[in-house]
Design a protein around this ligand. Structure first.
Ligand SMILES: NC(=O)c1ccc[n+]([C@@H]2O[C@H](COP(=O)([O-])OP(=O)(O)OC[C@H]3O[C@@H](n4cnc5c(N)ncnc54)[C@H](OP(=O)(O)O)[C@@H]3O)[C@@H](O)[C@H]2O)c1
Length: 284
């Protein structure tokens, strides 16, 4: 699901794309594109990856994609290498990038200016996916450089769709907030499972039962959220009878600031850390 673009709106732009780095995230994108190159707006896909997985290797064996070809200027370059590998790879990557190449980066914390400075093209999209993106259930936010327009926005959104929900274009200044909410967000949910299981154990359940009940509860609640149009607040109210057990627990979680206040502080801390990390990366 993508916010607000007609299907293939960026297709005129999408001719030859090269994916650099087909690890967890890159191969999730590649799988989606390979399933229907035309639907992704791609006439040709090249993949640069030292250790390709089965999907990419099979697609290369059947000539659906080019694996590790000689570099040539591409219409689109998707960067899915680790941020710490970018500086070392930049000189090699330049061979794929011309003045009109759209560079789509999913590297955490690498700014648009840094990518423009390293690769030369002024058309850059910076995206922040999260770990569920590896199974197509992610949430990704993206921002664009000034030189990008509607076509690049649509092309970027379409290319990110195999990772799951896509929000954008946002302002680059908002990317630290995206990182703090959806990038780091899965960890907050995992902590919720851990905390719920530990509370279940101290309420009298054995460890295995507490873990399983907590885990399945979060999986089920997430599926409900995905299935129905109601807001999370409405779904919460539906399971909260006045004076009942859920209301007693929510009183503890919500009064005196409670969980909403704690979450705001946690997200603020992640935003501040994101800004610090970006400043440190600029100095390197
Ligand atoms: N995973 C997440 O949840 C997540 C969330 C947000 C953002 N991201 C971003 O997504 C990017 C990819 O993350 P990931 O988890 O998919 O990492 P990953 O699994 O390590 O994938 C990176 C891949 O790039 C390959 N590679 C390294 N240098 C290369 C080069 N010069 N040319 C071509 N390929 C190269 C690596 O091969 P080798 O293993 O052989 O080095 C590896 O297969 C990162 O920048 C990360 O910040 C990830």
């Amino acid at each position: 699901m993508t916010a607000g673009y007609p299907p293939n709106a960026g297709q005129a732009l999408l001719k030859h794309a090269v994916l650099v780095g087909a690890g967890r995230m890159g191969s999730a994108m590649a799988r989606g594109w390979i399933a229907d190159l035309g639907a992704a707006g791609l006439a040709k896909l090249s993949v640069v990856e030292p250790h390709p997985g089965d999907d990419v290797s099979q697609a290369a064996a059947t000539k659906l994609i080019d694996l590790n070809p000689a570099p040539q200027v591409a219409d689109i370059v998707v960067l899915a290498v680790k941020p710490q590998g970018f500086a070392g790879a930049a000189d090699t990557l330049k061979a794929w990038v011309g003045p009109d190449t759209l560079v789509v980066s999913i590297m955490a914390g690498v700014t648009i200016d840094r990518i423009i400075g390293a690769l030369g093209s002024k058309k850059v999209a910076r995206a922040m996916p999260n770990t569920p993106g590896a199974i197509g259930m992610g949430a990704t936010g993206f921002a664009l450089s000034e030189a990008c327009g509607e076509a690049e926005a649509a092309a970027t959104a379409g290319l990110l769709e195999p990772l799951g929900f896509v929000a954008g274009p946002l302002k680059e200044a908002q990317m630290d907030a995206v990182t703090a909410v959806s990038g780091s967000g899965p960890a907050y949910v995992f902590l919720l499972v851990e905390s719920l299981a530990a509370a279940g154990k101290s309420a009298g359940l054995d460890e295995a039962t507490a873990n399983a009940l907590a885990r399945e509860t979060i999986i089920g609640a997430g599926a409900l959220l995905g299935e129905f149009a109601e807001s999370p607040a409405e779904l919460r109210k539906q399971v909260t009878s006045p004076g009942g057990t859920t209301a007693a627990a929510l009183d503890v979680l919500m009064t005196g600031g409670g969980m909403p206040d704690l979450m705001r502080k946690a997200v603020d801390a992640a935003v501040r850390r994101g800004a610090e990390l970006a400043r440190e990366a600029e100095k390197k």
